[in-house]
Design a binder for this molecule. Structure first.
Ligand SMILES: Cc1cc2nc3c(=O)[nH]c(=O)nc-3n(C[C@H](O)[C@H](O)[C@H](O)COP(=O)(O)OP(=O)(O)OC[C@H]3O[C@@H](n4cnc5c(N)ncnc54)[C@H](O)[C@@H]3O)c2cc1C
Length: 612
């Protein structure tokens, strides 16, 4: 069944109270919350189409089939990365109703308290754990696992008191089948003296855990902004209009009586190819994501004046911070051949098995396609590397660029805090092939004939800072995306130490018995040994983790900010940013829960400020 076509631009009003740019994760949260008040009129303009009923979106297990497909993905690739021997990285971004929440891998992971408290330390009063954890809960409804699943996956850690009870986003585990790798995962870390210390949703736990997915508890369909915050009831609201296939080209700015620019509306091109404008009486709200939001600011005349002039765009608000401070996690995957008899996702390469799985999901939500098959762990640097790493920290942080000083001080403290995990490990029962990239069709293409189990190592809080900037004045052209992955020498060293530990995880029981004795390794023919080999593997295999943040950062302007603590753009009134761009420092782990919480808080700030 095709999803409702909401691309028509007929009967649009000339003005709305709020115009939201981007019908993705954050945009739909804000639009939905604002229109709870029937007197507030909101228009959402989304560049992608409405495909919420397409199984590639609705079936959680089919997410990877949307990557590098322009019907779902902006298909952004980085510039060649110097620290990665010139390799480029794919950076998928949802281009569809629901945005990246409609194509993500569905992992539900939480930041640490310290991660969020750091935002307040960087100058944004009120942005701390105490405040944001309320919104983490408000955004979701948690379905507890059955007793059998609780036992199988060691889920005794779940603290029912802190789970979301009535929010739009559904979070659940499902009934399986789960791979033996997932069940083994927490036990491996216990064997290595890294037991889980609490419920990760408390913001304090470290250790390994099987985590839930953003999946409906009984239907086993993807729970994402396009079907939760914009559910059929919300879609019926007469005061909310969502238009898909509408590419916003720029925000319209006018000089007010006080000499300051203000946003008055946007210019966009609808499905019919016609360019139109629409006015925003109260505010324009940017929710186009951490790559397209700074791009739109620049196209609108807000950014580094020289850069804008070079592209024949009149600079209206000079702020060189726009598009800078880009942070992204990278993950380094190792893949081992699975022992005979272990079931991995490669089973789905058999068309008959794939059909059975699809039928099971479509009829009752059963089977592997309705699950989030990953599990994660948060740990600090392995004890034995500490003596080696401490002098590197001193060396590489001895001199720091002034604009990053405040951030780096916080990061250094977190690095030295035993309770703050510097690394994340994640397990996935399928092969990951960075050498077949940058296209994710190659990376996740499962072209090696055997069955594999992969573990990936992530550096939670990188020091490298990249950028995204316009490439031309053509709004349809993609911006230049340069994450400068591993460009800070400390990142390479820290990440390498976490990567070195992957083989330890693979050879620890009960994991070791699930891997084929003398089976193939896709990362290296033989067990890699030594820090030099691990360093080269880190450079050669790292891929983006799809968590771009920081490009319109919420910080004082003097230290790199683009928006203030009310999320208002510096130098321009009636314009706010509510998406992942505002996150000044990337938190640990996967970030969708944080993005939902940021947008929930943003909606409350907007309501307070505009008294609606
Ligand atoms: C492939 C992938 C896998 C991920 N996996 C996970 C995971 O497992 N767990 C997790 O926690 N996080 C995950 N994430 C991260 C998380 O999903 C994102 O960080 C989050 O959804 C970003 O939300 P956002 O509102 O900032 O942007 P988005 O959700 O991307 O929304 C931006 C919207 O704006 C629209 N837009 C952009 N430009 C324009 C324009 N000019 N005009 C009109 N509309 C426009 C876009 O089409 C899009 O719909 C993943 C992300 C991706 C891409």
């Amino acid at each position: 069944m095709a999803a409702m076509d909401i691309s028509s631009v007929t009967d649009l009003s000339a003005s709305y109270d709020f115009v939201v740019v981007g019908g993705g994760t954050s945009g739909l949260v804000v639009a939905s919350r604002l229109t709870e008040n029937p007197n507030v009129r909101v228009l959402v303009l989304e560049a992608g189409s409405n495909r919420v009923d397409d199984p590639r979106i609705a079936a959680p297990g089919l997410a990877a089939s949307t990557y590098d497909d322009p019907e779902f993905d902006w298909c952004i690739t980085s510039t060649p990365q110097e620290a990665l021997n010139g390799r480029c990285l794919a950076e998928p971004r949802g281009r569809t109703l629901g945005g990246s929440s409609a194509i993500n891998l569905g992992m539900v992971i939480y930041p640490s308290r310290t991660d969020i408290d750091a935002w307040e330390k960087l100058g944004s009063a009120g942005w701390n754990w105490a405040s944001l954890s309320h919104y983490l809960q408000k955004s979701q409804t948690f379905t507890p696992p059955s007793d059998a699943v609780r036992d199988e996956l060691s889920l005794g850690y779940i603290d029912p008191a802190i789970q979301g009870k009535s929010g739009p986003l559904h979070v659940s585990f499902g009934d399986g089948p789960f791979s033996a790798f997932n069940a083994a995962w927490p036990k491996v870390f216990e064997s290595l003296n890294h037991p889980l210390t609490g419920d990760p949703m408390s913001g304090e736990a470290t250790g390994a855990f099987c985590h839930p997915g953003s999946i409906h508890g009984t239907k086993r369909t993807r729970s994402h902004a396009g079907v939760t915050y914009y559910n059929p009831e919300v879609a019926k609201r007469p005061n909310l209009r969502v238009v898909t296939e509408a590419l916003v080209e720029k925000v319209l700015l006018e000089k007010g009586g006080d000499g300051e620019y203000q946003a008055t509306g946007v210019q966009f091109v609808g499905r019919d190819g016609q360019q139109r404008t629409v006015s925003a009486d109260t505010e324009v709200i940017l929710a186009a994501g951490a790559i397209k939001t700074p791009h739109l600011l620049e196209l609108s005349g807000i950014g580094d004046a020289d850069r804008l002039k070079a592209h024949n765009i009149e600079p209206l608000v000079n702020n060189p911070n726009v598009g800078e401070n880009l942070q992204e996690h990278g993950f380094v995957p190792f893949s081992w051949e699975a022992a005979d008899g272990q079931v991995t996702a490669e089973a789905l390469r058999n068309p008959e098995v794939a059909k059975l799985a699809m039928d099971a999901w479509a009829t009752s939500g059963a089977g592997p396609l309705g699950l989030c098959p990953m599990a994660s762990a948060f740990v600090s640097l392995p004890e034995e590397t500490k003596a080696d790493v401490q002098p590197l920290i001193q060396e590489h942080l001895a001199t720091v660029p002034a604009r990053y000083e405040a951030q780096y001080q916080i990061l250094q403290k977190m690095l030295e805090d035993q309770n703050e995990a510097s690394g994340q490990y994640t397990i996935a029962a399928f092969q990951v092939l960075p050498d077949k990239g940058p296209s994710l069709k190659g990376v996740f293409g499962m072209t090696e004939p055997e069955n594999y189990m992969s573990m990936v190592a992530v550096l939670n809080r990188p020091f490298s800072r990249g950028f995204v900037h316009l490439n031309s004045s053509d709004p349809a052209a993609l911006p230049t995306f340069d994450p400068k992955m591993l460009s800070h020498p400390l990142d390479l060293e820290l990440h390498t130490r976490h990567v070195e530990w992957l083989e330890t995880l693979a050879t620890t029981e009960p994991m070791a018995s699930l891997l084929k004795p003398n089976g193939r390794r896709l990362h290296c023919h033989e067990r890699p040994s030594g820090v030099d080999v691990a360093r080269e593997l880190t450079r050669d295999r790292i891929v983006a983790h799809y968590h771009v943040v920081g490009t319109a950062a919420m910080m004082p302007k003097e230290i790199g900010g683009v928006v203030d603590s009310r999320l208002k753009v510096y130098g321009c009134s009636k314009l706010r940013v509510v998406d992942a761009s505002i996150i000044p420092l990337i938190p640990r782990g996967n970030i969708q829960t944080t993005v939902y919480a940021v947008a929930e808080k943003a909606a409350d700030l907007i309501r307070e400020d505009s008294r609606v």
